[in-house]
Design a protein around this ligand. Structure first.
Ligand code: SF4
Ligand code: SF4
Ligand code: FES
Length: 280
């Protein structure tokens, strides 16, 4: 009875072309095809579950909540990094789904990316509230008051579910594996902009290192891909702006560069050619 009901509801057959790879036994990844009986409302994650239950129980991926909250089912579906549980097959509207693990991550097996480095970088920005008096956190005497306006300052960035999609979309991550990455940088701003936090200076070394915010080219691919509307590209620009104003304030308080002894002796480098005459 259950089976006949499922057959009746089947609206389409869709080919799932899935990357298979076991680094311990395979020389290189390969694509394997499965035909999935798609029913109304079926998500890509449901399709993978259907394959596992009906066709091939060796296929590996990561998932948990199946409601776009835990962030574990992110994968590369038809050329775009997405949450498998948050995308209905019929909405993608195709006869073939090509499913691969997230780009810019090593593969543990099949569709399972290695998040070790991702979470290591997250740890480096100290993703927790820091107070100058550390004992305040263990034994708080009273609540750390925060107004609705102060909450609004960072809450968007706290919606991050650590799915890794922004990293998979980021062109800088593709070329610099030491780049702190959009997720960790965004979480840096999430805490720095929290009115209860006093750890901005402790995070500076990582956030503004050679591989920190200045490596971001502001391509915006991370924000475009993020399934939770976190907007990592904006968080990174806010970090840059924050640092600019800090330096600017410091500079205003120190003597202007042209007034120092060193700068009085400064002469232009004679090897640098003069600019051409203005044409207008
Ligand atoms: S910023 Fe968005 S895409 Fe990046 S890890 Fe967080 S939720 Fe995922
Ligand atoms: S805005 Fe920066 S972090 Fe985001 S995708 Fe572009 S380079 Fe990467
Ligand atoms: S299974 Fe949790 S976000 Fe998809």
């Amino acid at each position: 009875m259950e089976n006949s009901k499922q057959t009746k509801e089947t609206v389409n057959n869709v080919i799932f072309e899935v990357l298979r790879y076991n680094p311990e036994t395979d020389k290189k990844p390969r694509l394997e095809e499965y035909t999935v009986k798609v029913t109304k409302g079926m998500t890509v994650l449901d399709g993978l579950n259907w394959i596992k239950e009906n066709l091939d129980n060796t296929l590996a991926w990561r998932s948990s909540c199946r409601m776009g909250v835990c962030g574990s089912c992110a994968m590369f579906i038809n050329g775009r990094a997405r949450l498998a549980c948050n995308n209905q097959i019929m909405h993608i509207n195709t006869k073939k789904l090509v499913i691969k693990p997230l780009p810019n991550f090593a593969i543990i097996r099949d569709l399972v990316p290695d998040f070790e480095d991702f979470f290591e970088k997250h740890r480096t920005i100290k993703p927790f509230l820091i107070r100058k008096k550390a004992e305040e956190l263990d034994n708080p005497g009273n609540e750390f008051f925060q107004s609705p306006e102060e909450l609004a300052n960072y809450i968007q960035f706290a919606y991050c579910i650590k799915c890794g999609i922004c990293l998979a979309a980021c062109p800088t991550c593709a070329t610099d594996d030491r780049f702190t990455g959009p997720m960790a940088l965004t979480q840096g701003w999430r805490y720095v902009s929290d009115s209860r936090d006093e750890g901005a200076e402790e995070r500076e070394q990582e956030l503004f290192s050679r591989h920190g915010v200045w490596r971001c080219h502001f391509a915006g691919a991370c924000s475009d891909a993020c399934p939770k509307g976190v907007d990592p590209a904006m968080a990174i620009q806010l970090l840059k702006r924050d640092m600019f104003f800090k330096q600017y304030e410091k500079r205003k308080k120190s003597p202007a560069r042209r007034e120092t002894e060193e700068s009085k002796e400064w002469k232009p480098n004679p090897d640098i050619p003069k600019p051409p005459d203005p044409t207008v």
